[in-house]
Write a protein that binds this ligand. Structure first.
Ligand code: SAM
Length: 266
């Protein structure tokens, strides 16, 4: 399963770059073999390989497919940059599970230092991991991976979401389950009222996926002040249960709960 935005022509596809390398050298693909390709947006097709060159594979489209495997809700994982290669793990596993966007950020207790010179390369690597994970999961879309934001930028970004939850292990009142259900019902009521309004333009407003943002803290957690600032910016602080989860586990648990409550987990 390959995702490549530029590859679709009328009746043929051309696969180049790393994907071609993977097909030729790793999978030992040859003329006559069939694979599924996607443009990472909306087109997907079963193709038969016609030619494998040195660094390019061409194929004929046999059948256009319309297998939508994208969740009906967009989940954005805002992850305070964790130590080591844990961000890669969050992106890889989060993509398989169904996240739509990853937003790394720096908060008070983030240990990892940003290095402006290396940031571009790091984000490129994360995007590559997202693409490979999307291919392995047969997703129709590759999730976006943003460049790391400051805490202030993150709170501004939260305003673009329909609901934003800051995961806080000291919160014992609000439960994510109820929060998710409330957010989904607000979005579906709004969408219903937009649809019923006179002159409503369904193509513009209809069917927009709810954007739900989950904000996860670093190894040392969030400070009380950060949680208060997030709440003042419109986020709700939520518990993920009575056990303290590692930062990368918290992101996966929160994501899975949101998709489960949205009816996405089968
Ligand atoms: N010390 C461990 C580590 O190294 O990863 C756990 C750190 S925990 C404080 C990291 C983040 O995960 C928190 O800031 C919070 O966002 C989230 N988290 C972990 N357990 C949680 C829980 N039970 N409820 C809500 N959020 C939780």
């Amino acid at each position: 399963y390959f995702i490549a935005p530029e590859l679709f022509a009328e009746s043929t596809v051309t696969i180049a770059g790393d994907d071609a390398h993977h097909l030729i050298r790793v999978m030992r693909a040859k003329a006559g073999d069939q694979v599924i390709v996607s443009d990472g947006v909306s087109r997907e097709a079963l193709v038969t390989i016609t030619e494998t060159g040195k660094d390019q594979v061409t194929a004929d489209i046999v059948e256009r497919l319309k297998l939508d495997r994208e969740p009906a809700v967009e989940v954005w994982i805002a992850q305070s940059l964790p130590k080591g290669d844990k961000m890669e793990l969050v992106i890889q596993k989060g993509t398989e599970i169904g996240a739509a966007r990853f937003i790394p950020f720096v908060s008070e207790r983030t240990v990892v230092q940003l290095d402006a010179k290396k940031e571009g390369k790091r984000v490129e690597r994360w995007q590559k991991i997202a693409k490979e994970a999307a291919e392995q999961a047969h997703r129709n879309r590759v999730p976006a991976v943003d460049a790391p934001l400051s805490w202030k930028q993150l709170l501004q970004c939260a305003a673009d979401a329909d609901a934003a939850w800051i995961c806080y292990e000291k919160q014992n009142g609000l439960q994510l389950k109820q929060e998710i259900q409330a957010a989904l019902s607000v979005v579906s009521d709004e969408s219903a009222s937009i649809h019923s309004g006179a002159g409503a333009d369904r193509s513009q407003s209809g069917g927009r996926q709810p954007r739900l943002m989950l904000i996860v803290g670093p190894e040392g957690g969030f400070s009380e002040q950060e949680v208060a600032a997030a709440e003042a910016a419109g986020c709700r602080s939520v518990s993920l249960g009575r056990r303290i989860l590692r930062t990368e586990t918290a992101a996966m648990v929160g994501l899975t709960c949101i998709l489960y409550e949205s009816g996405e987990m089968g």
